[in-house]
Design a protein around this ligand. Structure first.
Ligand code: GLC
Length: 450
């Protein structure tokens, strides 16, 4: 399989949070943090903003990503946390490209916004090839631009916290209800939805020979940029690129993976722009709830991970926008909703199981490996009980055509495939699991010819 991947990649510096240690780091900023807990800034301009964002997430067990606006705070993050972090490829596109490469795609061709030696060193060497001088080069052979004096690595600090950890919030001892992560993102390039020229040229000239494209990064777009421009032009450039690919190769299968949008306007423009162009859209329950809210679709039950509510809202989105498939991945289960036949759904069902297993093994070990190794690791990981319960509830509410560790059913003319996830008790990190599940499913479906 030859697959294009665009647009966002960065370095993730994953830092394992120790609640009490973080509370002592934050001690000097007590008053400032308290003000920000009442009125969260949503981005990081000063150090107390970071602690407010992190503690809010830890308090509720939720995830969030806030942009670092100030270069000095970024330097402080590096000097305070980088040494004790472990670094790996980040960004939805970067993660998905590595998954495809390790799982056995023959050629994975990424758009790399910042090909610094450090970032390049985290890409999989197995099947990733970079467009260069009209052809493709193995990642190890690419001339890697040294970062210039004033340029920075695009590092996202991923603060991973564990369920049950304790921390002090305004002098009160708190306990974390669920593992999750808070991301502090410094990243001027990916905010632009940067498209590399060599990538664009290669993709357009060779599109007839490509099987699929995985795209992501739209949630990084901002309302305004330092040069005064807005996001609309950057979004338009990308949508035109996808359209040109489809015009030249109607068989090209495109999956768009969305992320957490900080603005409803950008989410709505990206979603409605992508819907007619792509074959499938991947989201989690937070993103589904946001889209449902934007389009006045009933969102009750989505954040509580009620599978029937998720199916209902997804089918409504498919109907309103003519989307060929919505893939919803949650911590407990993965569901595909699409207007396809049962015979095609059997392949989707198999692909969902495959994706869930790959993601579980990745969560457990923190590393990718070839598919046999990942599947062997996954066979020892238990299925989610809440996931199984939700799927049993679906069985009681919609007509079912097939069941075996999950279901294929029907909801208002849409085919519904649902499988429980597999949950590792002590995940190395939870960041990038949605990308891993989506890209593994995408590859398996291409292989099965659905
Ligand atoms: C977002 C973050 C990135 C992380 C990715 C995981 O793109 O910016 O740091 O690796 O999500 O899905």
């Amino acid at each position: 399989m030859k697959i294009l991947c665009a647009y966002n990649a960065n370095i993730d510096a994953i830092y394992k949070v120790n609640g009490l240690q973080m509370s002592s780091f934050a001690q000097d900023y007590g008053q400032e943090i308290s003000v920000r807990l009442q009125n969260p800034p949503g981005s990081i301009s000063l150090i107390p903003d970071l602690f407010a964002g992190l503690f809010l997430c830890m308090q509720n067990g939720t995830g969030a990503e806030w942009m670092v606006r100030d270069e000095e705070v970024f330097q402080w993050l590096k000097s305070s946390f980088l040494e004790d972090s472990f670094m790996r490829i980040g960004g939805n596109m970067g993660i998905m490209a590595n998954v495809l490469s390790e799982l056995g795609a023959s050629r994975v061709i990424p758009n790399i916004p910042n090909p610094s030696p450090l970032q390049m060193s985290f890409f999989s060497g197995r099947a990733i090839y970079v467009p260069s001088e009209g052809g493709l080069k193995r990642i190890s052979d690419v001339h890697q631009r040294e970062p210039s004096e004033d340029s920075q690595e695009m590092i996202h600090f991923v603060f991973d916290f564990k369920k049950g950890d304790s921390f002090l919030l305004l002098g009160k001892q708190m306990s974390v209800p669920r593992e999750n992560r808070f991301i502090a993102t410094y990243d001027p390039l990916n905010f632009e939805l940067y498209i590399d020229e060599e990538f664009s040229k290669y993709a357009l000239s060779n599109i007839g020979d490509i099987d699929g494209a995985l795209i992501a990064g739209y949630h990084m777009l901002r309302e305004t940029y330092p040069d005064g421009s807005g996001y609309k032009e950057k979004l338009r450039r990308s949508l035109e690129q996808l359209k040109a690919w489809k015009d030249r190769n109607s068989k090209l299968h495109i999956h768009a993976e969305l992320g957490h949008f900080y603005s409803a306007g950008i989410a709505s423009d990206a979603f409605s722009g992508l819907a007619p162009l792509v074959d499938s859209i991947g989201i989690n329950e937070d993103e589904l709830a946001m889209l449902a809210g934007i389009y006045n679709i009933d969102s009750a039950g989505i954040l509580e991970m009620d599978a029937l509510s998720i199916v209902r809202a997804s089918a409504a989105l498919c109907e309103s926008f003519g989307i060929r498939r919505i893939l919803i991945h949650t911590r407990e289960f993965v569901i595909s909703v699409s207007p396809t036949s049962v015979s095609e759904s059997v392949k989707t069902f198999e692909a969902l199981h495959f994706g869930v297993k790959c993601a579980a093994a990745f969560a457990c070990t923190g590393k990718l490996a070839d598919r046999n190794t990942l599947l062997a690791v996954a066979s020892g990981i238990d299925e989610s009980d809440p996931g199984r319960m939700q799927i049993a509830k679906l069985e009681d509410n919609i007509p079912i055509q097939y069941r075996e560790n999950g279901i294929i059913g029907e909801y208002r003319g849409y085919s519904v495939c649902a499988v429980p996830t597999r949950l590792c008790i002590h995940p190395v990190s939870t960041v990038g699991l949605g990308d891993t599940v989506s890209s593994a499913i995408f590859l398996r479906e291409l292989e099965l010819g659905s």
